[in-house]
Design a protein around this ligand. Structure first.
Ligand code: MLT
Length: 393
């Protein structure tokens, strides 16, 4: 018996596990010190009342023989998929119900999608990047190349002559940098992918943070995307489902490689290895799109946007270079005096009691940067920003 040796090529631990360990160690050594966490992008506001009510009602249904539901449709209930069709439709993106496949979250889909992609493909990943994209490909022993995000390109790398790829990961609004591609920029990726017969895996987890109507919230707002892209999205950031778990993948019918439909393979994969997202959770997710639910989640999103503004303005007040924080819950900033990311992380934690995410944890182009999240409590955010600014003085 042989285990999958590719796991040995992974870094010792996942970025956010390392950050959490360092914070635990600091707290154990300094039990009296308060720690201000703006690291992992985990939401802090409770689920919207409309979502809670829908889930309570669904629990009640499960209590009675007449309304009880066992296994659901593996690909998601139509009541949720039709809400998603409407949600996209409002932005001019026409989808069919069976182009949407509901799951237990974007992170699962981002990893599981590799089941339907041949290991011989050349995978192109931007750097810095959400570390899960890299790790799932390393686990599968895939050949990865990177494309650099940096200050010169606003952390929005674009295809160039001579670039080659079969599979391309794009996240916009970006995690970790908060940079957002314009329609023209995304069109360049779509044209590139179509010209190479490549697949774009578009991570739209942060689309709900976009308020600028000129910016694309879905890759399918871009002409030509239906023949080269899938979109993976989540209820975590739009509606605070990080602990509740629900997401979905959009696989258009026209997305066909060598005569094989991506939608059909993904359906086959999900029906075989997944028994569907819990009914109660899908009822909660569908309630996000009710008039009441939408209003309530917009209030929560605005709260986080205001946090992002506090972070951004604080950094601007001491002249720190940063990107993101507008149309995005993440702010990506340069460390002082060329300090290495982990050195900055340790100093910020040990001397100022603030937890950031070190840029180097997202790839080598993240060295010299750090990320702050707008998902924190208001008081924590204000105090953390005050302390970060101190470090620059
Ligand atoms: C992050 O902090 O990057 C996110 O919380 C990661 C995630 O959504 O899994």
């Amino acid at each position: 018996m042989k285990l999958n040796n590719h796991f040995l090529e992974l870094k010792d631990s996942y970025l956010f596990s390392t950050v959490a360990r360092k914070v635990r160690e600091f707290q154990a050594a300094n039990p009296d010190k308060k720690v201000y966490k703006l690291s992992i992008g985990d939401v802090t506001l409770p689920l919207a009342p409309a979502v809670i009510k829908a889930m309570h009602d669904a629990v009640e249904e499960q209590a009675h023989k007449e309304t009880f539901r066992g296994y659901g449709p593996e690909l998601g209930y139509d009541f949720l998929r039709s809400e998603l069709v409407n949600y996209y439709g409002k932005r001019g993106v026409k989808l069919e119900l069976d182009e949407i496949i509901v799951s237990d979250g974007a992170k699962s889909d981002l990893g599981n999608i590799l089941d339907i992609i041949d290991p011989s493909n050349k995978v192109l990943i931007p750097d810095p990047v959400y570390p899960a994209y890299v790790d799932v490909n390393v686990m599968g022993g895939r050949k990865i190349s990177t494309i650099a995000g940096n200050e010169a390109n606003g952390f929005k790398p674009l295809p160039y002559d001579g670039l080659d790829a079969d599979v391309i990961y794009i996240c916009s609004p970006n995690n970790p940098t908060g940079a957002v591609y314009t329609k023209d920029e995304l069109k360049k990726w779509v044209d590139f992918a179509n010209s190479k017969n490549a697949l774009i895996i578009f991570d739209a987890a942060y689309e709900s943070f976009i308020t600028d109507p000129t910016l694309p919230r879905s890759i399918f707002e871009i002409e030509g995307a239906r023949t080269c892209a899938i979109e993976i999205c989540s209820f975590s950031k739009i509606a605070g489902f990080t602990g509740t778990r629900c997401g979905y993948t959009v696989a258009p019918k026209e997305l066909v490689f060598d005569g094989i439909s991506v939608n059909a393979l993904w359906n086959r994969r999900q029906s075989t290895k997944f028994n569907g997202t819990p009914y109660i959770v899908q009822r909660g997710a569908a309630a996000v799109f009710s008039d009441e639910g939408m209003k309530q989640i917009q209030e929560n999103l605005q709260f986080y946007r205001d946090n992002a503004k506090i972070i951004k303005e604080g950094l601007n007040s001491v002249g720190v270079w940063s990107v993101g924080g507008e149309n995005s819950p993440y702010v990506w900033a340069r460390t002082p005096k060329g300090m290495k990311s982990w050195e900055f992380f340790d100093k910020l934690l040990n001397e100022y009691g603030v937890v950031c995410t070190p840029g180097a944890g997202f790839g080598e182009n993240g060295e010299g940067y750090f990320r702050l999240t707008a998902f924190g409590d208001r008081e924590v955010t204000k105090e953390a920003v005050k302390r970060v600014i101190e470090l620059y003085k």
